[in-house]
Ligand binder design. Structure first.
Ligand code: ADP
Length: 273
């Protein structure tokens, strides 16, 4: 998309020509498009739970009904209001991250320790979340809280989308100069043609099970944003009906590979890895 300005050029009050300025406005055009798409998606996502809250409160106000029915309506209102709050929080979080306003405070940390700390919270839950740690070295340079946020999002998805299986495995291993975390469930899985889109905002698997389970469709977009910012990679492998593995990798701070390069391509047996 090109914007063209015509500027008349004068010399001693006489017009001697026209200067044409061509400006590439593709970026602005794309940004405008993205903004309007976003506004319509957000307003749709907000409107759905809000109209349900309004509808049910109106019903409660208009008629007297059995206490059990009242309770059921109130539960729905509460669920929808919670969903709205989650949606707004997730959305603002992502917005802050994408605009670059979110500060990252990185420190060197042991990823195994971070994972173990997060898994501790699932100890008493409905699912058996196991750590299979095959990493001999998992030093990373990360923003600890953000990585905890990624792990929590991925684990809660693994649990949420495994209604009939109660086992979730978390694998940690070294792969060249990276450390890879894989979160594996044996749940619903994802149809092949939809896997590729799920890191985009508001994308959810389009089927009845996914709709029933619910969510904001922002969790994976947030995870990708965080992992991208920390020089990592993230991906999904899934077989519908069998289960899903979401993995992310981060640069290993003291990888053998890195040491080898630092030693000028020579193996240094005295150096601690
Ligand atoms: P949310 O879970 O809030 O809907 P996410 O962005 O975290 O949003 O996930 C997007 C969609 O990806 C989910 O709605 C679900 O359809 C699918 N999904 C994510 N993780 C899994 C998983 N472990 N198993 C099956 N489907 C998943």
């Amino acid at each position: 998309h090109i914007d063209v300005y015509a500027i008349p050029v004068f010399r001693r009050d006489a017009r001697i020509g026209t200067l044409f300025v061509h400006r590439d406005i593709t970026r602005e055009y794309e940004l405008d498009l993205m903004k309007s798409e976003l506004v319509s998606t957000v307003s749709h996502e907000l409107r759905t739970p809000l109209s349900s809250v309004l509808g049910f409160t109106e019903l409660l106000l208009a008629r007297t009904m059995k206490p059990e029915k009242q309770l059921k309506y109130l539960e729905t209102i509460h669920k929808e209001a919670k969903r709205l709050t989650e949606l707004i929080n997730d959305f603002l979080d992502l917005q802050r991250m994408e605009s670059g306003k979110q500060q990252y405070t990185t420190e060197s940390a042991n990823l195994s320790e971070i994972v173990l700390g997060v898994l501790d919270q699932y100890k008493l839950g409905s699912h058996n979340v196991l750590l299979v740690d095959e990493a001999f070295n998992s030093e990373v340079e990360v923003d600890r809280d953000k990585i905890i946020q990624v792990l929590t999002n991925l684990l809660s998805n693994a649990i949420k989308f495994s209604p009939d299986s109660n086992e979730v495995n978390v694998h940690l291993h070294n792969e060249e100069d990276r450390i890879v975390v894989r979160i594996q469930d044996h749940g619903l899985g994802i149809p092949k043609d939809q896997i590729g889109h799920l890191f985009q905002k508001f994308r959810r698997v389009d089927n009845s099970a996914s709709k029933r389970i619910g969510g904001t469709g922002l969790g994976l977009a947030i995870c990708k944003e965080i992992i991208d910012k920390q020089k990592g990679e993230i991906g999904i492998e899934s077989v519908e009906g069998k289960g899903t593995t979401v993995w992310f990798s981060l640069p290993n701070l003291y990888s053998e590979h890195k040491q080898y390069e630092e030693d000028g391509g020579r193996w240094n047996p005295d150096k601690e890895v």
